[in-house]
Design a protein around this ligand. Sequence first.
Ligand code: GRF
Length: 190
Amino acid sequence: VKIAVFASGSGSNFAALENACREGELNAEIALVMTDKPAAFVVERAKQAAVRVVAVEPKAFPTKKAFEKTVIDILRQAEVEWIVLAGYMRLIGPDLLAAFPSRIVNIHPSLLPSFPGKDAIGQAIAHGVKVTGVTVHLVDEGMDTGPILAQEAVRVVDGNTEMTAQSIHAIEHVIYKETLQKLFVANAIN
Ligand code: GRF
């Protein structure tokens, strides 16, 4: 299964997935990392892992449609079958969605539908919830909406954002590879 990992940030989820592919826990090949932020740390991580990086900056295009057309062309050329969002801080537009119907997956650091959008961990702490978590879901036109594939709860460490974030990320790095593996197997059979 050829996948593209889309990321805008640190790329710890990319690193976990890349490791899982190498270890044979995830039967996939990361054809490329797509980033909208050429200076993001994920670029360093991908280079170190010898994974191709493609940086496409939306501001270089007159419209979102033109931006997404370029992205789609690159993905098609690389024969990418699934898009895996891992800290990609941009809403997927209608053209990219239509090009990969039910084949775009996202991970979000809350129990959706609670706390969608940016800084989900900070939102949860600020709200005072005692339990938050991680959600893996298929992407639709909304922000962190779309059918839920997997969730895991994480206990909030007493208003401590840093420690709560650590537990959340540790769970992300396990739940994403496991959920993707199940998804790819199920889709190969059907
Ligand atoms: C993760 O918490 C993910 O759930 C969210 O963005 C963060 C990305 O972290 N969508 P990283 O760049 O993979 O380290």
